[in-house]
Design a binder for this molecule. Structure first.
Ligand code: ZN
Length: 168
C-alpha cells in the first residue's frame, strides 16, 4: 500500500495553470494515487479544492472538501469528493458574490460572482458517471475548480467579470 504525498503547487505565471486539461480515460491505480496526493496537498495547504493542473498534472480532475480552517473560517463541512471529467449542465440565474482565494495565487482574495446552484455531470474514480446538483459554497468551489480545468484562474475570471460590469 502506498501512502499519499504532498505535491508542489503551481503558482500563478506557470503555464500549466492556463492549459486546458486533458480528459481522463484510464481509471487505474495511478489515478487513485493522484487523487490521494491531491487531497493530502489540499488539506496541508488549508484549501477547500484543488485541480490537477495545480499539482502539475494535465488531467481533467479536481478534488474538493470543505471544513472550517484558517483560510475559510466559516466554511461548511462537506465530504471529500473526487471529480473527474466534469461538466456543468446548467447554471442557476441566481448569482452570489463571494470572496475566493486560490492555492496558486498566495495571499490574494477576490470577490467573484458565481451561480448559486449548478447541475453537474462527472465521473468518479471507478469511471462511473454521476449527475449531481451543488449549491452555495460547494457550487462555488465546483465552479472555481471547473475554471481551472479550462485553464482559467481567478485572474482571468476577475478580468472577465470586470469587462461584463464595465463594457468598453
Ligand atoms: Zn484555484
Amino acid at each position: 500500500m502506498s501512502s499519499s504525498q504532498i505535491l508542489p503547487i503551481a503558482i500563478t505565471g506557470e503555464p500549466i495553470l492556463n492549459r486546458i486539461a486533458v480528459k481522463v480515460s484510464q481509471f487505474d491505480a495511478s489515478l487513485i494515487q493522484l487523487a490521494d496526493d491531491m487531497l493530502a496537498t489540499m488539506m496541508a495547504a488549508n484549501g477547500v479544492g484543488i485541480a490537477a493542473g495545480q499539482v502539475h498534472s494535465p488531467l481533467a480532475m479536481f478534488v474538493m472538501a470543505s471544513r472550517p480552517n484558517e483560510r475559510y473560517p466559516n466554511a461548511p463541512v462537506t465530504e471529500p469528493r473526487v471529480i473527474i471529467n466534469p461538466q456543468i449542465l446548467s447554471y442557476s440565474t441566481q448569482t452570489q458574490a463571494g470572496i475566493e482565494g486560490c492555492l496558486s495565487i498566495p495571499d490574494s482574495r477576490m470577490s467573484i460572482v458565481r451561480s448559486q446552484q449548478i447541475d453537474t455531470r462527472f465521473q468518479n474514480l471507478k469511471g462511473e458517471f454521476i449527475e449531481q446538483s451543488f449549491s452555495d459554497f460547494e457550487a462555488r468551489i465546483f465552479q472555481h475548480e471547473f475554471d481551472h480545468i479550462k485553464g482559467i484562474t481567478l485572474i482571468e475570471r476577475l478580468a472577465q467579470q470586470q469587462k461584463q460590469a464595465y463594457p468598453a
